[in-house]
Design a protein. Structure first.
Length: 424
């Protein structure tokens, strides 16, 4: 079809495990012998699924296996999946950084990719020189690049350093300039792999807005990899889910995210003993475990205003009176949004014997989209027993709804469910 800009057919990528070069000569000779006789590569029949949770019994692993999809011009796709699922490998193949083992990639137009900090930049060249270098690589004339130069520099916010070699840039400055170049130059396809996580929050919002404009107003096709699912859901209309190197789903972004969260465990155990304590502490008392159960669905990492159950385990090696357990949830700026103490519904605990104890509570997460930190603490009649900040993180997604107003950003943090009526 004329509107298909990227087509991937039976794409696979195989890697050899172990040290590079060890025993590879014999493998190369064997491949050559099979090839001159017109036979299939013998090692394509070998290898295991890209599963990080199991020990490999083969020298080969399939980072990607039999990937097929089509992307239309102007679509914004989010590529999601767990670490090691093959997301970065897929983008490297699409960007032609590495070649596929089998399969074919077809695309139309110019492609700009930003796969890691400093991609396509020469450290000894200045920011200005690197802009012209990147444009030349994309096939643009110097006059075309010069016409976009001021706009690129202004967007990146590095005007003061534009004539300084980029080797002296911070990682954030690198990303600012690299994204500005990729987004403003004359390309048809823009590929981004997790690099926006390096930038500050305001620049991330600026980049997301620019990518949205690039797709809706300029007709660019965007492929975006990020573990921040709220960003993916807010920007992308389509999504593909990778699992163990295979394409599990490709289609509507909300469906892709739902399938991703459904594959999680309904229970998550956190080993609190490995977390850092701050402030005063009684060493005869310790919070030891935290179990999170999603009452509403299966995921314990990503939520949509879900109800969760917290089970806090603790140990006492002494007698204590008037003990209270507490947890709180804060945003990325450490603003406390929810603070809950066990004394809200239970009397103070009296611990008269040494041993292990557990306490449970449930809370509905009426919080807007974003990443949040969960903290634990305990106190008794004489003061604080211990405080453990940032025991774990949780991510809140927008509620899946067709009501566009519900998806708009909010200046608040908490969601209150109200019923409005229009009077006569």
């Amino acid at each position: 079809m004329s509107d298909i800009i990227i087509k991937v057919d039976q794409l696979s990528k195989q890697y050899r495990l172990g040290e590079v070069g060890t025993g590879s000569l014999s493998h190369d000779l064997n491949r050559w012998w099979y090839r001159i006789r017109g036979k299939e590569d013998p090692y394509l029949k070998l290898g295991e699924t890209n599963d990080r949770t199991t020990k490999s019994n083969s020298d080969y692993v399939w980072a990607l296996r039999d990937i097929n999809f089509e992307i239309k011009k102007g679509e914004v796709w989010g590529v999601i999946g767990k670490n090691g699922a093959g997301k970065s490998t897929l983008l490297k193949l699409l960007s032609r950084v590495t070649a596929p083992t089998t399969g074919e990639i077809k695309y139309k137009g110019k492609m700009a990719s930003l796969l890691e900090v400093g991609t396509g930049f020469h450290g000894e060249l200045t920011g200005r020189e690197n802009i012209f270098l990147n444009g030349a690589i994309l096939g643009m004339r110097r006059k075309e690049i010069a016409s976009k130069l001021d706009e690129i520099v202004e967007f990146a916010g590095v005007e003061k350093y534009i004539d300084t070699p980029v080797k002296r840039y911070s990682s954030g400055m690198y990303v600012r300039l690299a994204f500005a170049v990729a987004a403003h130059l004359d390309t048809d396809i823009l590929i981004l792999d997790e690099v926006l996580a390096v930038g500050d929050a305001s620049f991330q919002r600026k980049c997301l807005g620019k990518m949205n404009d690039a797709a809706t107003k300029q007709g660019k096709t965007v492929l975006f990899v990020s573990h921040n699912l709220s960003q993916v859901q807010g920007l992308c209309t389509k999504g593909m889910l990778l699992e163990n190197g295979m394409l599990s789903f490709a289609g509507d972004i909300n469906t892709a995210i739902s399938k991703y969260t459904e594959n999680g465990n309904s229970d998550r155990a956190v080993d609190v003993t490995k977390c850092n304590r701050v402030g005063p502490r009684d060493f005869n008392f310790s919070i030891t475990t935290l179990n999170i159960t999603n009452v509403s669905s299966s995921s314990t990492d990503i939520f949509e205003e879900d109800t969760i159950e917290l089970e806090i385990g603790f140990r006492a090696n002494d007698d204590y009176d008037e003990v209270a357990l507490a947890f709180s949830i804060s945003d990325s700026l450490d603003n406390q949004l929810i603070v809950c103490r066990s004394t809200a519904t239970l009397p103070y605990l009296s611990l008269k014997k040494q041993g292990n104890y557990t306490i449970k509570t449930q809370v509905k997460l009426n919080i807007i989209t974003g990443m949040y930190h969960l903290h634990l603490g305990a106190s008794h009649a004489k003061g604080v027993l211990e405080y453990i900040p940032s025991v774990t993180t949780i991510e809140i997604l927008p509620v899946n709804t067709n009501w566009e107003e519900a998806k708009k950003p909010s200046v608040g943090k908490l969601i209150t469910h109200l019923h409005w009526e229009l009077g006569a």
